[in-house]
Write a protein that binds this ligand. Structure first.
Ligand code: PAF
Length: 281
């Protein structure tokens, strides 16, 4: 069956009707994206297909989650290729609204990520996670999926989305999907296409640092091992390296037991990349 492309709300209503999605009918899983789909997105779509009768992929470069001076205008837009990827992966609906359709003039109300939105990524990208939550809640309200699948590479994004769903009683099941990596360890990202071969080499220090940290036992050893790798790479400018509680993104102490997320962000050239691993303590 061909992919149904819905460009606006009316298109979505029609798609749900065509596919008999709704109470007593077929179920729907959503994979929210900003397009520029790669192998990582394919893995999210495959997981979504296991969880529902139909999969919807949203393709929307959300202006609200980019700060001044960030890469909103140069963010890769590859809609024709994205559509082919979706058709190839058996996606039923692609929702690709315009910015005008998503954000009506006079818009005033948005979602706040609260204290979790001000730490780690939030410290370097103020307002970013508020922008993510606002668009994700709108996508949930418009598309009304039973399940939504997000990549664990954006671990803090996933944590705040889970928090929003719990705190605001949003009727959707959130599923986290494993990070997909290149053979050399680089986590897949739409932004990897900005990297020159030289930048790409420097970027590998991110995953190498996480691997070094994950092999240690205590929080102090984990942080030190990861920091040593990052400091040895002159081509990388580190924004943060943190070991945090997966649910709150606050730094864990030496007495922490259970899981923690070792997360890193850095810039190579003009490209900012993030990565993380979960470690057991
Ligand atoms: O992870 C992304 O691609 C975006 O942050 C998301 C979840 C699609 C919201 O714009």
């Amino acid at each position: 069956m061909d992919v149904i492309v819905a460009g606006d709300r009316a298109g979505l209503v029609k798609a749900r009707r065509t596919l008999s999605i709704g109470p007593g009918g077929a179920t729907l899983a959503l994979v929210p994206t900003m397009g520029a789909l790669h192998e990582g997105h394919r893995s999210l779509i495959r997981l979504a297909r296991e969880r529902a009768d139909h999969v919807a992929v949203s393709v929307f470069v959300n202006p609200l989650q980019f700060g001044p001076g960030e890469d909103f205008s140069r963010y890769p837009r590859t809609f024709d290729g994205d559509l082919e990827t979706c058709a190839d992966e058996g996606v039923s609906v692609v929702f690709a609204p315009s910015a005008e359709d998503m954000y009506a003039p006079g818009r005033q109300v948005g979602v706040s990520a609260g204290p979790m939105g001000a730490v780690v990524e939030g410290e370097f990208r103020p307002g970013h996670l508020d922008g993510v939550l606002t668009v994700v809640l709108k996508l949930f309200n418009l598309i009304r999926p039973d399940v939504a699948v997000f990549g664990r590479k954006d671990a803090q994004q996933l944590a705040v989305i889970r928090r929003m769903v719990a705190d605001l009683d949003v009727p959707v099941t959130v599923v986290g999907a494993p990070t997909v990596r290149e053979a050399d360890g680089l986590a897949l990202s739409s932004r990897n296409r900005y990297l020159s071969p030289h930048d790409r080499h420097a970027a590998l220090a991110l995953s190498r640092a996480l691997l070094a940290g994950a092999g240690r036992r205590t929080p102090a050893e984990i942080r030190r091992a990861a920091r040593d790798v990052l400091e040895a790479e002159p081509g990388l400018s580190v924004d943060y390296l943190v070991l945090v509680d997966p649910a709150t993104f606050t730094e864990v102490g030496d007495d922490h037991r259970g899981e923690a997320v070792l997360a890193v962000a850095g810039r190579v050239g003009s490209t900012r990349l993030i990565d993380n691993v979960t470690v057991g303590l």
